[in-house]
Each structure stands twice: as C-alpha cells, then as structure tokens.
Design a protein around this ligand. Structure first.
Ligand SMILES: *Cc1c(COP(=O)(O)O)cnc(C)c1O
Length: 361
C-alpha cells in the first residue's frame, strides 16, 4: 500500500453513526451526515446511508456530484450557502440548500422552474457566530419573499454556531431558534419540517437540555468521524475517536545536532525559527509535509515528537524511538488535519475494518 496513507476503519465509523442516531433519536432529533471532511468519499458515504442516514450534507457541490455519480442514494443538502454563479448546478444536483441571500433565492427559483424541479430551501438565522445567516429581525421579510417564489419549497430554518466566532449553541441560542420557528409558523400558517440547530458543537446543549423545543435536526461531521463534540473536543462516551490513522514513512534517520547552525533567516514557511540546543539528537525525516496535513493537528501514536515540517518533509525527534529508514509512524488526526489530509491527492485512502458490521442494521 502506497505511503503516506490514511487507514479508514469503516466499522468504527458505522458504530459511531449507529450510536449517534440512537442518542439523538431518543429526543426526536434527526442526524444529517456531513461529508466534507472526507471529501464526499462515496464508500464512506455508503456506510452512513447503510446505517440509517437519510440526508447527506456537504459544503461543496463537487463532492455532492461525486457521491451521486457513485450511486449513493440519499437526499443531498448543500451546506455552504450557494454562490450566485453556481445556482444552476445547485438546483440540478442538490435537493436542499441552506440560504441567506434573497438574490440567490430568486435565482434558485428561476432555475428550479426552468428545470421543472422543486428545490427545498432552509433559511439560516444569524445567532451571533457571524458567519452565514439572516438577522432575526429580518426573518419575516425573507419568509414572505420566499413563500412567493415558485419552484422553491421552504422546508425549514437553521443556524450555525461555533464555527467562526466560537459561540456556543447553548440553551439560550436554541430557545431563540425555537421561538423564531414557532413565530414564523404562526404568522405565515406554515409548517417548518426542519429546524436545524447546528453541528457537532451542539452535543453539550443536547445532553444537558431537558427540552429541545422545536429543534429536530443536527448536521454532524466531527462527531461521526472523530467521535468528539466540537466545543472542547471531548470524546463522546461510547464512540471511537480513532477511525482514521495517518501513516508516514521514515526516509532518513541520523544522529545530528538539535540546533540548526549558520546564519538564521526565514525557513520554507516564512518563519524565522528558533531551536534550543539540546546537544546531539537522534532525528528522523518522514515523507509527508505541510501540503498533505496540518502539522499541529496530528499526534504520533508512538513516543516521538514532531519538530516541524516544510512542504514535503516532516522532522521528528527520534531519541526515544530509534526508528530506522523504512519504518512507519502512525498518527491520530484532529478535524482540520483530517480535512487537509483527506483532500490531498498525494495521500492514499485505505479502507479497512469490518464493513459487514456496517450492514447489520
Ligand atoms: C461543516 C458544517 C457542519 C458540520 O460540522 P461538524 O462540526 O463537523 O459537525 C454543519 N453545518 C454547516 C453549515 C457546516 O458548514
């Protein structure tokens, strides 16, 4: 198997999906599977669908097209609010999109009509994280307009927190979203089938809340794939946090000084590095670099320390491990590191694990 590579344990992913569906299902919350961190990988998407996920969501229309071409049957939701320039693709390839701009909604309507499609839309509400979303005071005006746009079906509202501003989706925020939903339903005599409260950061709210109000949907990526909530990155009890393992090969192992010598200027990353002199050090170079992975987001499974990296080389303190040329080092990945690594064409994706156990349900 080519290196570097990511070993993907499909059985562990299947287990996490099953557990999350049960956990959130107990209080009537539907889990939407978010595939952007795995670049819309059809085999992994298939594990989600086989374990009861009905809606697959991705921020990139190209990933949605990839999954649909591979024959993965689901409802597809576009997470990133559509760009005006991609509206036709969105209508053709996604069943549902999250929205916050009237100009885009009008174009979606136009292309839906032209293609004889009813495109489902969810309006995003700004609740303080300051990424996408309509200010709550403007929701009435938006709903009024959208209800008049042919070719569109307003199926719900949603919000996204803990992404840009790091704002917690706590009880206050969720209650606010619930009351907006109730207010809109009463005012316009409509039913909002989907009230989508957020992402993997909503775990703490969910476990501590006694009343979920109108929230009946969450869009989960990190919890499914890394078994963690996203506010403090704590493991969720009973879930696997190691479904993905990054493997890289040692291409040089030598005893060298620990401190670079000569005149110090910028390195490949544009930094002026400072290294302490710790005497001679057993060092190893791995065949992987910053174009493949976010170095600060990976943790070696062995007792070896990452010293840094340039585009294609990673430097390790090999004092405690004595790795040799040809040895393989295994790493755990956080969300950002997984996102980068999975989308690097230079990293082989190796699917392992008991897929049978994914098909039991
Ligand atoms: C990425 C994304 C999600 C999923 O976030 P996780 O923290 O991985 O669960 C949900 N909603 C939107 C709008 C997103 O962009």
């Amino acid at each position: 198997m080519n290196l570097p590579r990511i070993d993907i344990d499909l059985g562990k992913i299947a287990h996490n999906v099953q557990q999350l569906k049960i956990l959130y299902g107990t209080k009537g919350i539907n889990v939407i599977g978010v595939t952007k961190v795995i670049g819309g990988d059809p085999m992994i998407a298939d594990v989600l669908v086989k374990n009861g996920i009905e809606i697959l969501a991705d921020s990139r229309i190209s990933n949605i097209i990839k999954m649909r071409k591979a024959g993965i049957r689901a409802q597809y939701l576009l997470l990133r609010t559509p760009a005006l320039s991609q509206v036709e693709e969105v209508v053709i390839h996604a069943h549902i999109s999250l929205n916050s701009e009237l100009a885009v909604l009008k174009k979606l309507s136009e292309y839906a009509l032209r293609n004889h499609i009813i495109h489902k839309v969810v309006l995003m509400v700004e609740l303080g994280d300051l990424r996408e979303g309509i200010m709550p005071s403007k929701m009435n005006a938006y709903v009024k307009e959208v209800l008049n746009l042919e070719g569109l079906a307003l199926i719900g509202i949603g919000t996204n927190l803990a992404c840009f501003g790091g704002i917690s989706p706590d009880a206050d925020k969720m209650n606010e979203l619930s009351s907006i939903a109730i207010r809109l339903e009463e005012k316009f005599k409509i039913t909002l089938a989907m009230v989508s409260g957020g992402n993997s950061a909503n775990y703490n709210w969910f476990t501590s809340s006694k009343d979920e109000g109108r929230i009946n949907s969450l869009r989960l990526g990190e919890s499914i794939f890394l078994g963690r909530e996203a506010l403090r990155r704590k493991p969720i009890p009973g879930l696997f946090t190691d479904s993905f393992t990054l493997m890289a090969e040692v291409i040089e192992a030598k005893l060298k000084p620990s401190q670079p010598y000569g005149e110090v200027y910028q390195n490949a990353n544009g930094d002026i590095p400072g290294f302490k002199n710790k005497g001679l050090m057993n060092r190893a170079v791995l065949a992987i670099g910053t174009q493949d992975v976010i170095i600060s987001g990976i943790t070696p499974k062995q007792n070896i320390t990452v010293l840094g990296a340039s585009s294609d080389h990673m430097l390790m303190d090999n004092s405690k491990t004595s790795l040799k040329v040809g040895d393989i080092v295994a790493f755990n990945l956080n969300y950002s590191a997984l996102l980068r690594a999975f989308n690097s064409p230079h990293i082989t994706k190796n699917r392992i694990g008991l897929y049978e156990c994914a098909s039991i349900l």
